[in-house]
Design a protein around this ligand. Sequence first.
Ligand SMILES: Cc1ncc(COP(=O)(O)O)c(C=O)c1O
Length: 421
Amino acid sequence: MQFSSFANRYRQSTGTVQLMEDLGKATTAPGPIFQLGGGNPAHVPAVENLLRQAMTDLITDATRFGRMVGEYDAPGGNVAFREALADLLRDQFGWPLSVDNIALTNGSQSSFGILFNSFAGAFDDGSHKQVLLPLTPEYVGYFDVGLAETPIFEGRRADIELLPDRQFKYRLDIDHLDLTSNHGAVCVSRPTNPTGNVITDVEMAQLRTACHDAGVPLIVDGAYGLPFPGMIYTEATPFWDENTILLLSLSKLGLPGVRTGIVVATPEVIQLIRNTNAINNLAPSRVGPELITPLLHSRKLTALCDEIIRPYYEKRLRHALDVVNDAMAHLPVRVHKPEGALFIWLWFKDLPVTSEVLYQQLIADGVYVLAGHHFYPELHEGWRHQHECIRVNYAGDEAVVEKGLSLIADLVTRLYETGKP
Ligand SMILES: Cc1ncc(COP(=O)(O)O)c(C=O)c1O
């Protein structure tokens, strides 16, 4: 069998493939597994109860059920959902949005593929542009979607600010942003996967001005942010303007299986998403929109995020930090200031092995995490820091997180002491 160059791009494993494969393995493995990898949200009982009730309402209504499973949706996504979301965003944040500013996809991962390839790669004038990631480490899911022959991402190392209590925070180096005509867009996740960073309002304002002045869009991936799921544990103001492309998702509030991504942008961008949906998928899935629209109208989703989801993850975070402080007190470890999302990012300074070796050794103990280097585009070769960090998902069962973190502490202690596992 001979494969085309297109297929060859997909025939090798990548960070994203490894992440999703590990999730599958961990759910079927025979021995005890401590799943601290992947990006699954928690099974929060109050959230699942509300969703189950909404699904029951949906399937017992013959008209709505028939529509959901028996009719293709609009290629730009379900109109009633988009109207309800525009209404919520106008209400909550005062953004001047209508249905024409919102499109749906089969998950944000699909949105990334369309948008990054639309603003980077080859242009009709012969130029080649890249998406600038001004604050790496950044979300691993971005890196593999480029369809161009040459890399479509340029990543900048974040500045490291050391903080009390063995924490640190990545900061934007605005003075060296150097946006040029080689950049087609700038992208940040806020809150950031993998670090739990929430880029400050001041940093966002600086980025916004720089993008506006350079005439390139600012893509803000709000998969963990506002208005849902609202996993932000610090002060942060969301924004949208005509130069911003805001990406939202239903996944992290508890619906990753449903695959609903949301793009909030100008009508020009929305039409692009609509057309690529029609060409590649005919239409996006109708399940998420039919399920969630009533919860947008009633504002029950907003209440759920405020009253259940955010406090739930904050409690989980405090527990994970307590375990780290306890089990790793003797180690030269720092934790990125955890301000959002559902991960802690551990930095083992001068670790005698790479985080990839640490990752492999941890699998032997049944512990799944993600090695730090996956969160950098290729350009960062040579920066030791990227091989000293791991990402830990703390959303799972408390006992699993506790045991997993203590196994990490044991292994890392041996590594520092002997250089060997
Ligand atoms: C920062 C970030 N954006 C987007 C996504 C993907 O969202 P979706 O499930 O909508 O494809 C994830 C998933 O882990 C993520 O961490």
